[in-house]
Design a protein around this ligand. Structure first.
Ligand code: IMP
Ligand code: MG
Length: 188
């Protein structure tokens, strides 16, 4: 009897291309955790995760870290069904943990125009942390409107709208295990 053909992993129809596979993301996050270790040593720090986008990244990064960590989340208004950031980001839900005199690491999925992280870093700084650093999985350097450099960057990527691994378009695709470029036809 002929053996059934093994299916090659098919590209999601709404993806133009895959930028990073699940395995590549995992590998990079492991080394990123090592970069954090080099800075924080064994000390405690507080992760401030920007939800929803940074959910997957935060969950996976945290599991690669053996330091004592605390976790809090901040929710910032999203793009809506658009692929370009418009207007100023708004704070929708703020911190519940006390971060005064704590070492704080802000974690986000992607640094784009820089407006979101500028806003959040400003808010956190006002609360008097012992130190403040930022970590993003992706950095679209070409799109910066406000000067902002993250202390830790997973991958620098070209100016393309990407989805998957927490990143959405109109609240969809967050559950894709890879990161890919949105097919413009799917953006309508
Ligand atoms: P910024 O304020 O322009 O730096 O935008 C940062 C936020 O916009 C990120 O936290 C994402 O939620 C969202 N964003 C920026 N670029 C993309 C993208 O290519 N795909 C999905 N979301 C994005
Ligand atoms: Mg976001």
């Amino acid at each position: 009897m002929p053996r059934p053909k093994k299916k090659s992993p098919s590209l999601h129809p709404d993806l133009e291309s895959v930028l990073y596979t699940e395995a590549q993301i995992k590998k990079r996050i492991r080394t990123l955790a090592g970069e954090l270790k080099a800075v924080y040593g064994d000390g405690e720090f507080t992760i401030v995760s920007l939800i929803n986008g940074a959910i997957m990244f935060t969950a996976d990064l945290m599991r690669e870290i053996d330091n004592p960590v605390r976790l809090d989340c901040i929710r910032i208004s999203s793009y809506g069904a658009k692929t370009k950031s418009v207007g100023a980001p708004q704070l929708i839900a703020t911190l519940t943990l006390d971060i005064a005199n704590r070492h704080v690491l802000i974690v986000d999925d992607i640094l784009d125009t820089g407006k979101t992280l500028t806003l959040v870093a400003g808010l956190v700084r006002k609360l008097g942390p012992a130190s403040l650093r930022t970590c993003v999985l992706l950095d679209k350097t070409a799109r910066r409107e406000v000067p902002f450099e993250a202390d830790f960057v997973g991958f620098k990527i070209p100016d393309k709208f990407v989805i998957g691994y927490g990143l959405d378009y109109a609240e969809r695709y967050r559950n894709l295990p890879c990161i890919g470029v949105l097919n413009p036809a799917a953006a309508g």
